[in-house]
Design a binder for this molecule. Structure first.
Ligand code: ASP
Length: 308
């Protein structure tokens, strides 16, 4: 539980860390601004940090600009496979799912897992069955596929050898979405949702939906959401790594930057992170040329495509 004292809410979102091309900047900025607006609405209507991160992520899952929900990257078989996690910093309850193919908003199902199940993580068909039992409608996988991504996969697969040489280069798109929030009760939460990496092997899970890797929240440390090349992020359990540095007295701004630096120096990874503690202090960091981000507090509202 929080301190019981009224807090000033804070919301931070990201829409993926990579070399976002100039002609896609506006769409990314719009997307993160819309996500901030939805999350903030939840907070100002008395919603919890969990409500805020869920609503913010739903907006970005619904926005085809991002690699989450409809419009996600396709896997090697030409299918969309989605992963998501949501976590409550007050109770450490979490809901995660991986490799789902028939959910428009995996984060909604993740929230149901958090609230309604004594399990923490579901995959594939079992995850979809659980969601359906909870009243979440299932869609067809084709409903999640858009022509842009069919073309992208075709292009990628026809130049596989070139891509293999530069696999996971920061220029490759990483449009995962995430949000962290602090509510008026002093509780923090985090959520991350993704379609994973382009041309991934069916069944591959990245960092995004794994507790402590792509997403983490604990009132006593911090809430974090990451984006970027998932395999190196997983190896470092990076979200928890950063949150622990906040617990040992470092400011989130420093801890986020340090985590992204560690990702580079330890495993030659690249990516980005948003990090927020229960005092409302936050950090936004990325080692890719760009990362879409948005922030709102009771005093400020900002969005950007690059963090100095
Ligand atoms: N981290 C995600 C993954 O590896 C990709 C991304 O951030 O876009 O699945």
């Amino acid at each position: 539980m929080g301190t019981g004292l009224p807090n000033n809410p804070v919301l931070v979102v990201h829409g993926g860390a990579w070399a976002i091309p100039d002609d896609m900047v506006e769409a990314h900025l719009n997307g993160v601004r819309n996500a901030v607006a939805a999350g903030w609405r939840a907070l100002t209507r008395g919603g919890s940090a969990l409500d805020a991160v869920e609503e913010a992520v739903v907006i970005m899952e619904d926005d085809e600009t991002f690699d989450a929900g409809r419009g996600s990257f396709l896997n090697r078989d030409g299918k969309v496979q989605l992963d998501a996690l949501i976590m409550d910093g007050a109770t450490l309850q979490a809901g995660g799912l991986g490799c789902v193919e028939r959910l428009r908003n995996p984060v909604r199902a993740a929230r149901k897992i958090l609230r309604e199940s004594h399990h923490v993580y579901f995959v594939g068909e079992g995850a979809e069955r659980f969601a359906a039992e909870q009243g979440i409608p299932l869609c067809k996988n084709e409903d999640l596929i858009i022509p842009r991504e069919v073309e992208r996969l075709k292009e990628y697969q026809s130049h596989l050898e070139e891509h293999r040489a530069d696999l996971f280069a920061p220029t490759d798109s990483h449009d995962t979405v995430g949000a962290v929030a602090l509510d008026a009760e002093g509780n923090i939460a985090a959520a991350t949702s993704t379609g994973g990496t382009l041309n991934k092997a069916p069944g591959r899970l990245g960092d995004s939906s794994l507790i402590g890797c792509g997403c983490y929240a604990d009132n006593r440390t911090a809430a974090a959401s990451t984006t970027g090349w998932g395999e190196p992020i997983m190896k470092l359990v990076l979200a928890k790594w950063a949150a622990d540095r906040v617990a040992s007295g470092n400011v989130p701004e420093w801890a986020a930057a340090e985590a992204i630096d560690y990702l580079k120096t330890r495993v030659n990874g690249h990516g980005g992170m948003i990090l927020l503690d229960a005092r409302g202090r936050f950090g936004i960091s990325h080692s890719t040329p760009r990362m879409a981000w948005g922030v709102k507090t009771s005093q400020t509202e900002e969005a950007g495509i690059q963090r100095p």
